[in-house]
Design a binder for this molecule. Structure first.
Ligand SMILES: [Zn+2]
Length: 505
């Protein structure tokens, strides 16, 4: 144990797709006795804010690295979204044209570690020496990964338990893992298919508590409980859209053709839940278009004159917000344009996020013309930051963690800085969902996550186990604080790319 270390081992449990109010609701009802005990004797937070967009692979990766998207590949994570187009010049991966990444397709998920890039580090890479274990954890870079025969939570927990019972089966030096990440994807699958109120989903969360109890018992039996920290977190919350809408006929009527990465041609590529991510070619598909090019776009099959893509996208039902980058942005300075359409009057209000700096030093200023766009004016703390000054991520977090669009002003520029991101982002704010991916409507379930509303952005954070962990209730934190907090307990300084900070400092 190093001089400043408070524990010898940490175990991080990432449960996919668990909203903070749901998990703490179950705890308050006495349904999660093991998690409740960790929280009661350790530290817990009911307002842990995740990354935007609230989508699995960016949010999940950001937990494991303690950082966010940025100007990849110079800084920040390359895993900017579940779907992205590899717009770099020269093209990525030796391909002639920009690739379409879809982590749900084929074996693309296993590219996560490579896609992440080298400027950010997983918690294992940051910790340096020792035995590191990934119990399924799909972002396993720097660790020993074990994939169970079936992705059930029971088998995944069992891997971690076995590593404490028989460390020699995992590591030649016969020592227990210093850092373990356990990832349970089934909770997410059940949330999408059945919903957060379904018996199946709730039972799966309750089962995870049972498996956690079994793991705790093993830690006690093997004499490791007192010097192990156990952390529970999720990648995002969720929502149910009241209605679904098929956009295939809409794009066909507009004569927009799907981008083909093999031929390098096509008018657009899009992925649309409630949040829409729209990609269009600039001079070529390698380049992002300018605002002028988006306003005067000629589809390949169109016989008529150029169309205005902003006007076209406002025609998508229930669209409330539209965001797009300015033309002359650099990694360290730029503007993200914001528009909000009043559903009653149809009037469009405009604003901007002005960003400067990057990583932990990024500061953002939110300005607007006549009308404030996100409801910040109605909240006393958030209203204070509408002062024509630039603010840090932690200033935005402390002022907005209780309301919708938490930390949003900081998050949007981090997303748009990345060349792998879209050109225009839209949102219905969960009012209508489309399930549209790369030219097809593929999803019919209204249960999802992607939006900036609090229910989709707020996850539980519980940290317990060893008596060395302070017994406190943390009013708010962010998911990128998890890794620096765990490293702090191990007496390790986080990598310079880390944006989060220890909740104990
Ligand atoms: Zn997820």
């Amino acid at each position: 144990m190093s001089r400043t270390a408070k524990v010898n081992q940490v175990i991080l449990l990432i449960m996919d797709d668990v909203r903070a109010e749901h998990l703490f609701g179950f705890i308050d009802e006495g349904k999660l006795p093991n998690m409740a005990l960790l929280a009661d004797k350790g530290a817990s937070c009911r307002d842990c804010i995740t990354s935007f967009p609230s989508i699995t692979y960016p949010c999940y990766s950001n937990i494991v690295i303690g950082a966010y998207s940025g100007y990849y590949p110079k800084e920040g994570s390359g895993v900017v979204n579940y779907h992205w187009i590899g717009r770099t010049d020269p093209p990525s991966e030796g391909k002639k044209f920009p690739i379409i990444r879809d982590y749900g397709a084929g074996r693309q998920l296993w590219r996560l570690g490579k896609d992440l890039g080298k400027t950010v580090k997983t918690i294992f890479e940051q910790a340096g020496e020792g035995n590191f274990l990934s119990a399924l954890n799909v972002l396993f870079r720097g660790s020993e990964v074990k994939i169970p025969s079936d992705f059930t939570s029971e088998l995944i927990f069992k891997i971690a338990e076995d590593a404490y019972k028989n460390p020699g089966d995992f590591f030649p030096n016969n020592e227990v893992p210093r850092i373990t990440i356990i990832y349970t994807p089934i909770t997410d699958e059940l949330m999408h298919k059945r919903g957060f109120n379904s018996k199946k989903y709730i039972n799966e969360v309750l089962s995870c508590d049972k498996y956690l109890g079994s793991l705790i018992k093993t830690l006690k039996n093997t004499g490791h409980y007192d010097d192990t920290a156990i952390c529970i977190v999720s990648d995002h919350g969720n929502y149910a859209a009241p209605n679904m809408y098929d956009l295939e006929p809409f794009f066909q009527s507009k004569k927009l053709t799907q981008y083909d990465p093999k031929k390098g041609i096509g008018d657009f590529d899009a992925q649309i839940g409630s949040v829409g991510f729209f990609n269009f070619p600039g001079n070529t598909w390698h380049n992002h278009p300018t605002i002028e090019q988006l306003k005067k776009f000629t589809p390949i099959k169109a016989s008529s004159s150029a169309i205005n893509l902003f006007e076209l996208l406002w025609e998508i039902p229930e669209t409330k917000y539209m965001y797009y980058r300015d033309d002359d942005n650099t990694p360290d300075h730029g503007i993200i344009n914001l528009e909000y359409k009043d559903p009653k009057t149809g009037k469009i209000a405009k604003g901007q996020i002005v960003f400067e700096g990057h990583g932990i030093n990024q500061k953002t200023k939110y300005i607007f013309e006549d009308k404030e766009l996100f409801g910040y004016e109605k909240h006393e703390e958030a209203e204070k930051l509408l002062d024509d000054k630039a603010h840090s991520i932690d200033e935005w977090l402390s002022a907005t963690y209780q309301i919708d669009f938490p930390m949003f002003i900081d998050q949007l520029p981090r997303y748009f800085k990345n060349p792998r991101t879209c050109d225009i982002m839209t949102s219905t704010c969960g009012e209508l969902a489309f399930g549209y991916v790369h030219g097809k409507t593929v999803e019919s379930s209204p249960y999802s996550h992607d939006i900036a509303l609090k229910k989709s952005m707020t996850v539980p954070m519980i940290l317990g186990g060893s008596a060395e962990i302070p017994n406190i209730e943390i009013p708010y934190c962010k998911t990128t604080d998890v890794v620096p907090t765990l490293l702090d307990l191990l007496g390790i300084k986080p990598h310079q790319s880390v944006v989060g900070k220890s909740v104990f400092r």
